[in-house]
Design a protein around this ligand. Structure first.
Ligand SMILES: [Zn+2]
Length: 446
């Protein structure tokens, strides 16, 4: 049962929110927040969500539906059935991306595209990707229920191989669609057993006819779980995503001298690992002063000879800096280069630095961001703008068409694990915001 506010309950009283174990019970000042009336049918969405996640379900409450696996095929078949039942015209493109189209009052107008992905990590969570695709379908069902015809055509999409666990790189389907990768490059990607993406796509029957390229698009929206702790910590149900963090990856090597850990006096050592320790501490210091959302990580460290009684001769390690501010990344890289030089001098070791990857921070389209904000306001929810620390299909779409995203909170910031969880009220509210966003974007007069 859902009360008039769209939340579980038995009668239309705000006090039901308490009885229903509403999360806002903890903070009375947020009480009004329970009030929004949902346009979408949260119960239908939940039924679908639960049914869908029986496919490839794991014992510990997650799902195992890696790209082009048997479970992924069943999930695709189910989605295609549901798309057709909702009156959508289904097309599969050469990369196995699935599109469900609903025509508009002006069938030739550029379409509003929205969706996400249905492949999962090995033993991944139930929400990652699925929320955006089934949320997209719920948008269509709600428009159908209300007999609303939009000016522009709508397309719901499920992108292939977003996770990148079976076939690397990730976001392969949207990558080919937006021209980042060639189709042949994508088809040749191999999994651990040597099976290629192209062969596996054929095998499961999802090598479609439609050319894998963007055509006549007006804008793109993606609803997704945040996969970080920000919204939950802020006590908010919805995040309006302004863009995606940029990053710089450095490969650094220190070359010192191996020697016996016993007889070598401390002042005669050239210990490559001591230099790494200094630099690791410096990364932490730089992030403390380098901008509000700058983060830095020394994530991979290889030590030679890696023996208990030998002074480390060589260490290869990585540094990852990320921020929404390209200048902050640039400044952090400059500062860490100096720190590496000083650490090498102090320890009397040689060093090399190679920047192996630099991706600029990628702001989304201001018009699309404002559309999502207006939708969130209409939905009656308190929201914040935020920048995604992780990449999404939306990152590639943003390069070719105006784009924004809607985030809903991840409990404890956990994702890519079976314990991934989002409160159902938040999934419902995020989907409601998606519905209002799509409706606005599909109007040619707005
Ligand atoms: Zn995802």
């Amino acid at each position: 049962m859902f009360d008039s506010f769209g939340y579980p309950g038995t009668q239309s009283s705000v006090f039901q929110c308490f009885a229903a174990d509403c999360r806002y019970i903890k903070d009375l000042s947020r009480f009004w927040f329970c009030m929004p009336t949902l346009s979408i049918d949260a119960e239908r969405l939940r039924d679908r969500f639960d049914t869908f996640n029986e496919i490839g379900a794991t014992e510990d409450g997650g799902v195992n539906r890696p790209s082009l696996s048997a479970a992924n095929k069943t999930a695709r078949d189910t989605l295609v059935d549901w798309f057709r039942n909702a009156g959508l015209t289904v097309e599969v493109d050469e990369m196995g991306n699935i599109f469900g189209r609903r025509t508009g009052r002006d069938p030739d107008a550029d379409a509003v595209l929205f969706g996400s992905h249905i492949d999962s990590q090995y033993n991944g969570g139930r929400y990652d990707g699925v929320v955006g695709v089934l949320g997209g379908l719920e948008v269509i069902e709600t428009l159908n229920d209300r007999g609303i015809e939009t000016d522009r055509p709508l397309e719901v999409v499920a992108w292939s191989n977003e996770e990148g666990v079976r076939f690397q790189p990730d976001m392969l389907g949207s990558g080919v669609y937006t021209g980042v990768f060639d189709l042949d490059y994508a088809y040749d990607r191999e999994d651990k057993t040597g099976a290629t993406f192209g062969e596996e796509l054929d095998r499961i029957g999802y090598s479609g006819e439609r050319p894998c390229e963007a055509d006549d698009l007006h804008c793109y929206f993606e609803l997704h779980v945040e996969q970080g702790p920000f919204l939950e910590d802020a006590g908010l149900s919805v995040g309006v995503v302004e863009g995606v963090f940029g990053f710089s990856w450095l490969d650094v090597t220190f070359e010192g001298q191996a020697n016996h850990a016993g007889p070598t006096p401390m002042d005669m050592r050239h210990d490559a690992f001591v230099a790494v320790a200094d630099v690791t501490r410096a990364v932490r210091g730089i992030t403390a002063t380098g901008g509000t959302d700058l983060v830095g990580t020394v994530g991979s460290v290889d030590v030679w000879p890696n023996a208990i009684n030998v002074i480390p001769e060589r260490v290869e390690f990585t540094i990852d800096f990320r921020s929404s501010d390209t200048d902050a990344i640039e400044a952090a890289v400059d500062r860490i280069r100096d720190e590496i030089e000083w650490a090498a001098k102090r320890e009397g070791v040689d060093y090399t630095i190679e920047e192996i990857m630099r991706i600029e921070a990628d702001p989304f389209d201001e018009g699309c961001i404002e559309t999502v904000e207006a939708a969130a306001t209409d939905a009656g929810c308190e929201y914040t703008r935020l920048v995604s620390g992780a990449g999404h299909d939306a990152t590639y779409l943003n390069a070719i068409v105006p784009t924004s995203m809607i985030f809903v909170p991840s409990v404890d910031g956990i994702s890519h694990r079976e314990s991934e969880y989002t409160e159902w009220e938040d999934v419902a509210l995020g989907t409601d915001v998606l519905y209002r966003t799509v409706k606005k974007a599909a109007s040619k007069t707005s």
